[in-house]
Design a protein around this ligand. Structure first.
Ligand code: S3P
Length: 168
């Protein structure tokens, strides 16, 4: 079984994955880290400056292909994975459960502002909101379950997921 966490930047995918990993005794595949390793870049800012956003998408496709058959793994995706259908197709190829971590844009904006980790695609608020609006229906489309995260902590979400999972 693979648990796939999707949602916009600031949704809490990485934080939830880190807690759920211990609750379920699963591994975590953190796609952003894998992208940076493959691209040999220190952070997303450097990757985008040197190779362009397209390089993120290309690496995400290659990583999703590599993750097709993994078992007992939580895949913490980057917020842009829904931009290429092939990525979710690969990730969902074997038994999987896709969770959309949702929050209103203003909440995400506040979370990202407090996070030391710089997100190049969340610097210009007008552009970020356009991306958010565009992607919302894509996250909904791919999700098996949507969780409203605005008033929940990552630990509450992870506990809920661990308690309600329906798989062997
Ligand atoms: C991106 C989200 C980031 C990272 C990259 C692009 C996006 O991941 O993959 O900066 O397009 O939404 P997080 O959602 O983990 O911040």
């Amino acid at each position: 079984m693979k648990i796939i966490l999707i949602g916009f930047m600031g949704a809490g995918k990485t934080s939830v994955a880190k807690i759920l990993e211990h609750l379920l005794n699963y591994k975590v595949a953190e796609m952003d880290e894998l992208v940076l390793q493959k691209a040999q870049c220190a952070d997303m800012q450097q990757l985008i400056e040197e190779k362009g956003e397209i390089a993120i998408r290309e690496q995400e496709i290659a990583i999703a292909r590599d993750l097709r058959s993994v078992e007992n793994t939580i895949v913490s995706t980057g917020g842009g994975v829904v931009m290429n259908k092939i990525i979710l197709d690969y990730l969902k190829e074997k038994k999987s459960w896709t969770i959309f971590l949702h929050a209103p844009f203003e909440i995400l904006q506040a979370r990202v502002a407090q996070d030391p980790h710089i997100r190049p695609l969340f610097q210009n608020m007008e552009q970020a909101r356009v991306l958010y609006d565009f992607r919302l229906s894509l996250y909904q489309h791919y999700a098996d379950l949507k969780i409203e995260t605005a008033e929940k902590t990552p630990a509450q979400i992870a506990n809920f997921l661990s308690a309600t999972r329906k798989f062997s």
